[in-house]
Write a new protein. Structure first.
Lengths: 371, 371
DNA sequence: ATTGCCGTAGCAAGCGCTTTCTATTGGGTA
DNA sequence: TACCCAATAGAAAGCGCTTGCTACGGCAAT
């Protein structure tokens, strides 16, 4: 029923070994023979049996790209770039380096993350790229470190993209981390420079590196300006008491969703009706924040400035255009793809920090009356 | 180095066959024995060798989900839903039905679509889900039909989601098609009812089923209202001559991108400065259209109404909230996932049409002066 | 007691490919 | 002319797992 290597060999009047070598192109085969084999392959419409091939060669051409939320362009852009870089090199003509880059959606669930890693391990994946922020739960970190070490042991190349390096994991090929802290700091500094003193912050979900780093940057900027109490920021979103400059309780956590941005902003506005700016965990959340501000009858940026993070494509189209922090998602994804393929040399120490650039646009302006 | 089934068998003091049966759970094994095996698996940290298993069993647990653009939430939502449905059933406890659902990004390129299908075929994928509009190029249709038939032949379940059925392809498990034509018609009818008579249309790329169907719906509505010349719509976007009611040349094609929407709208506005509404191929394009309308100093919806298609999450957040056509992307994706798994019975004839619902919001209103 | 089965476990034959090692050939060189 | 080597092709041994078939106890029925 199905055509096998042996069938092709028979038709081309050569041995199976020769067919295999023609297909893999890693052994000299006379031009005439090669031609004959290739024609037989075509005639018979032969398709290599992946599992058999992987079993015999003890390697596979599968490359897994793990994302936290496939419906979020933040991940889509990185994954697409990586996939292009990986699947793109088919110019070889032959099946040589044809990798199968696939993206796996964890939905942000640690269990699914591990499950996918196991499944990829089963398949003896050639490489794995983990994108986006990691969960900071100690147990999960241990589980991940162990799992990744095993993968690396089995020859799988592990690359992190937009995720900080795992402590003590030298098994990893490279990790490209975004400078979320620096970006967060610059964004808030921008607001401070404009004259804002009462700034609300809609943070992402707790226990995510991305969330923590961006928030740290924000708090660092405030602290440098002599505002707020850095200690109050994390873990006590519903803060109480009075801070040096009334920044207490101006941080609310929630998922990276538009809805969360909407509700958190309403909450912030209730807690501090006099705030003049809202910084969101990312652009999607910022959109929700904008809606909430408007629904309160306030104008952007005249009454309240709003800022996001990531600079997703739609951000420049928002009205007013969203001030945000640009992350070179495409470039990072592409680079991760090349690193996974081994077509780019890893950065020194396997760690690279990717700069986050402030994009000041129309959604932020000086507060109504600078005190 | 690596642990194999035999190692586990030795440790559990049973034969490899028994271990295999415990792991696959498709053959009676005494409880005590099972326990022993499971413990050995744990102790040894054994991970099944996927390729070997697939080779021997002549099946694999890979499920491929093909998307046209992974950075577009339209696809992300469907893919995520399908993946959840497929990867979600791990409740079985054992490795039983653990499928590896992966998404492959074709980037809209027919070659990559075929390449991915071949790669999936190599892996003897358990199922393949094709999402979104198809290319209407005759050559590609033939190639696809042939390829899908071969996949189906090899036991791969093929499901189409958001894509019209392939003519004469009974190899396919099911196809869930969106009622793009009906949605397009209702959307334009809505505009006509509001009193619009001069409506610009920013269509998607040529030769895509989605593009054609939506446009057909639009033109059908116009024709039913005695406006426009249906024959002028397709294939002659830069129309010439005069139509019955001056709808000529009010259709411009371009990719499904924000930028395309922006430029096309500028073009439409130049051709017909008196148009009172713009219908976009999808929400992303509509966002670009909105930007263009505003940049021309026109207000939405007072001066120009704008409408989109898909009802992506951000559409309700646009200002003003975008009138659009809702497609139940998540539900469709989930259903496709179940169909691929065989956990839902296919619709009669393998074909289901999914209704598209008009969402009239603030971006559309009666034109300034109804003539 | 015998027979017949049911419930379990093992044997062993592959699944379709890769790859090491071993031929075979046809010059080029001594 | 004899010899050696480079270039190319084949033989065959697995890779690690699944599964049809066989084997072996007991237990119920005869």
């Amino acid at each position: 029923m199905t055509v096998t290597l042996a069938d092709v060999a028979a038709r081309a009047r050569v041995s199976p070994a020769t067919v295999s070598r023609v297909l893999n192109g890693n052994y000299p085969v006379a031009a005439a023979t090669r031609e004959r084999v290739l024609r037989a392959v075509d005639d018979l419409d032969y398709v290599l049996n992946g599992p058999a091939s992987s079993l015999a060669a003890a390697t596979s051409d599968l490359v897994g790209i793990l994302v936290n939320d496939i419906a979020d362009p933040f991940f889509g852009i990185m994954a697409g770039a990586a996939q292009t870089e990986i699947g793109g090199q088919e110019g070889t003509g032959r099946a040589g380096g044809e990798k199968l880059a696939v993206v796996c959606n964890t939905g942000g669930s640690p269990e699914r993350e591990l499950t996918y890693l196991t499944l990829l391990q089963r398949q003896r994946a050639a490489a794995v790229i983990l994108t986006g922020g990691a969960l900071e739960d100690p147990g999960h970190i241990v589980a991940m470190t162990t799992k990744l070490a095993k993968l690396a042991d089995a020859g799988t190349r592990v690359v992190l993209c937009g995720r900080p390096p795992l402590p003590g994991s030298d098994a990893i090929v490279a990790s490209l981390a975004f400078d979320n802290r620096g970006g967060g700091r610059r964004l808030t500094e921008h607001l401070l420079t404009l004259g804002h003193r009462k700034i609300g912050y809609v943070a992402g979900p707790l226990e995510r590196t991305t969330t923590r780093h961006r928030l740290e940057g924000h708090l660092a900027a405030l602290a440098a300006a002599g505002l707020g109490d850095p200690a109050s920021g994390e873990g006590r979103s519903t803060g109480s008491g009075e801070g040096r400059a009334g920044q207490e309780g101006l941080v609310v956590h929630g998922p990276y969703s538009r809805r969360s941005g909407y509700e958190a902003t309403l909450e912030l506005l209730r807690r501090a009706p006099d705030l003049t700016a809202v910084v969101a965990a990312n652009d999607t959340v910022a959109l929700g924040a904008c809606a909430a501000v408007r629904d309160q009858g306030l104008r952007i940026p005249e009454d309240v400035s709003v800022a996001g993070f990531d600079d997703l494509p739609f951000s420049v189209d928002a009205t007013p255009a969203l001030t945000t922090v640009r992350l070179p998602l495409y470039e990072a994804g592409a680079r991760a793809g090349r690193l996974a393929m081994g077509t780019e040399t890893p950065p020194p120490g396997g760690i690279a920090t990717i700069t986050a650039e402030l994009m000041a646009r129309a959604s932020t302006a000086p507060p109504r009356a600078t005190r």
